[in-house]
Ligand binder design. Structure first.
Ligand code: MG
Length: 308
């Protein structure tokens, strides 16, 4: 098992999509460039969803067109991706030069119906349709599996249901499944159990984990997953994006917190934590409220101490 850990930075998409303010394209483009400058090499930049429903992602066409034509980003080997809900979204992504897209079915029926207006099987069929069209055009596809560790409506989600969604996605051609703790309930005991079942069905190099720090367990979950051999983790700079199912609670695992822990373990050495803090500081000012990342806040505080 390689020691190389891969971080998929979702701040510009999952992070900003769940913030109250909608930022303009120029601010979001600068954010993506700052994240790339910090050494992040997989960045989800936008979402090709309806701007009337998700105003935070409006202008993703222009944003992605600009970024995919940016020679500096390409030269640095930055892989940009975007979320697409359907074939129409895929069409927009292709037009904007995006080479990797993400589909997002869920593992629980009620969440799927309420959030995607489709049952699980129907959502899997739509995802397969997007996958087929994307791979025909040479794009890579990532598949998020929402509510994999718990559903806001149904509670516990059987691991067999999660595995079934992963298998469908892999068979449809996704290169990676991002098994996601949408409501931030996962804890290390559960992660250990879920992974021991899941890794019998899903190759570990095709598995990414997406944790939320809603209950303060995200880093502990990553540690357990590292022990189980998982090497790809999603994170959002600064811990951007609240938890829509727990108002006022923190959402996505913060990239700074993840990188700090990984570097302590001798991993993710290619990320410049100070540069990452700079990227977050600029976006914190734009969104107008303090970012929750512990490592980010502590870094700013220790800078103030040093400059006294
Ligand atoms: Mg998330």
């Amino acid at each position: 098992m390689s020691d190389a850990v891969s971080i998929v930075e979702l701040g510009p998409r999952d992070g900003l999509q769940n913030e109250a303010v909608a930022l303009d394209v120029a601010t979001r483009a600068a954010f993506v460039r700052a994240l790339a400058a910090a050494g992040l090499r997989r960045i989800e930049a936008g979402a090709f969803v309806r701007p009337d429903r998700v105003p935070q992602m409006a202008g993703s066409d222009q944003l992605c067109s600009t970024l995919t034509a940016d020679a500096a980003l390409l030269g640095a080997g930055v892989r940009l991706s975007a979320l697409v809900p359907n074939l129409k979204g895929l069409e927009r992504a292709v037009a904007a030069g995006v080479r990797e897209v993400a589909v997002f079915p869920a593992a629980s029926e009620t969440f799927s119906r309420r959030n995607l207006n489709q049952g699980v099987d129907e959502a899997l069929a739509s995802a397969a349709e997007v996958c087929a069209a994307a791979t025909r055009q040479g794009l890579a596809v990532r598949g998020y599996v929402s509510t994999a560790f718990g559903c806001p409506y149904e509670g516990p989600v059987p691991v067999a249901a999660v595995i079934r969604v992963c298998e469908h996605l892999l068979a449809a051609g996704v290169h990676e499944v991002a098994v996601s703790d949408t409501i931030g309930v996962a804890h290390p005991g559960q992660v250990r159990d879920v992974l021991s079942a899941m890794l019998t069905a899903v190759p570990r190099e095709r598995l990414a984990l997406h944790f939320h720090d809603t209950r303060g367990t995200a880093l502990a979950n990553v540690l357990v997953a590292l022990d189980a051999g998982v090497r790809t983790f999603d994170a959002c700079a600064g811990g951007l994006g609240g938890c829509p199912f727990a108002p006022g609670a923190t959402g996505n695992l913060a990239t700074e917190d993840l990188v700090y822990m990984l570097q302590g373990l001798g991993l993710a050495r290619d990320i410049d934590l100070d540069a990452l803090v700079e990227a977050s500081a600029a976006i914190e000012e734009a969104i107008g409220h303090p970012l929750p990342s512990r490592c980010y806040r502590a870094t700013l505080a220790s800078r103030r101490v040093r400059s006294r």
